[in-house]
Unconditional design. Sequence first.
Length: 549
Amino acid sequence: MKHLTTNQLLNKKENAIKAISQCYPLSEELLKKYQSIWDWEGISDNHLIDWNITLLEKYQNRLLWKEGRFLNFNTSLPWSPELIRKFIHSKKWTWDDFIGQEQIFQEPELLALCLPEWNKNARQYLKTSLSPDTDLGMYKYFEHVKWADDAETWAPETIEKIENMHWDLFSGVEGFPWTVEFIEKHKNRLDWKRLSWNGGLPWNLEFIKQFKDKWDWNWMSYDIPWTIEIIDAFKDHINWNSISNEDKIDFLPELATKYPDKVQWAYPNIDFGSWEGTFSGAINSEQLLWTPEFYQKMKLSVEAFFLKMEEEWNRDLEYDTIDLVGEEGERVYWTYFAKGNNWSVDFFSLLLQKEKEDNIATIDWNLICEYSKNLWTDDFIEKHQEKLKNNLGSLVENMNFPWDKYKGLFLPYCSKYEISRLAGNVAFTVSIAFLKKYKDDIDWWSFSRRTDLEFDILEAFADSIDWTVLTQSKEISIELLQKFPKYVSWNLLSSRNDLDFSKMDLDLPWYWDRVFACNKHLKLSHYLDEHTLLAFLNEQSSLPLPNRF
């Protein structure tokens, strides 16, 4: 960014004052001289001021102490027991105003002062909780707050000294430096349901074994770093529905091979009490590859699973039933509801054969067209092109289909809607000629979500592109911003901390004030010299004050 000028500041007077108030390392002299024009909300949130108790006292009636996250969450204050007591006594703060403030958890003296006070009213939020047996009450506000790196040396003693400690609620606080010794010492005080789903515990095989008779196994399955050794040791205790989720484990093939009768192969996708007609779960996991050989090993287990679970699922549904039937009411095989994203060509052929021999539907072509990854060989496409043409609405969404190779075969059969969807598919290379031909049919919102848009296309269709969507893309680059500054949504872009605006040799005439307020890479003092700042402030101080002052 280029240096800011006095004119830029004057063109956005009020916003300039806000940005300077919040983002500039103001001295005590500047605070005093221009106190009538500062935005004190921004001042209260300024982490670059060299705060001290005298300064806080001097401007205590201008500062915002707790209306949101201002002084009470300003980590640059000289936090100490003296500071907290002083301004609680003067009624600027209450004890609750610091709950969740990370600085409190960095010093033993601060925690020893605040936590006993928080503990007094810790249960009040349970009265309105939908799950009071697992809620943490007031402790939920610092459930995930990071404690000091050396907290293990002092935090246990601090907790143990608190009178009438709510050990049940405290059991769910993940940030606390939990140790085997601390848990063993207080095992009869702690709440084991809350403790069981506490991801901050030192989870490993030996730790779980030590307290195996204490755990609530239905709750503990979510955050444990599962290994096959842990599962082997507790296979009859664990919640298989949870660990069968591929997000929790990276060894699903080994797990399925070893425990095919325990794996939860699928769970229905439910929306507001009604079944959407599809399943998620292990059957669609890309860790698995369904081949004829793997299918023969899993066949009886998966069939038994669906037979058993169909009845159980229906007991839990409020407005619908789960019936394994096709669109015309015919009985279908479980594969009919699978995406097919992890099927081999040979497995697909096996299912076609089963469909003929057993007179049961095994394949939903809509799902295959939308999700399949491994089936798209030349032979497969040639053999099944009519099925594919009949399901183009799904096929145009598939980012693994070789669209560039087969666009000549399928594009003539696409409707306007299908053309609009295809244009947003990164597997389909768009050209300027294509975009000109179908400009009025394209869904530009979807198209603007593409991650591979070249400068020549952006330049040719800059007025059609949805720049709000493009601005929020993770793939947006500094180079693109510099090339298309007048189109970019700077208002949204200002909070993008993954972009280093300091590398840009660019003037941001519209939202420069927001950029400095939100972007951690930029320091307003680097782009606003003292001479320009003083010239602007002197101009403002000579003007009539706004009504808010």
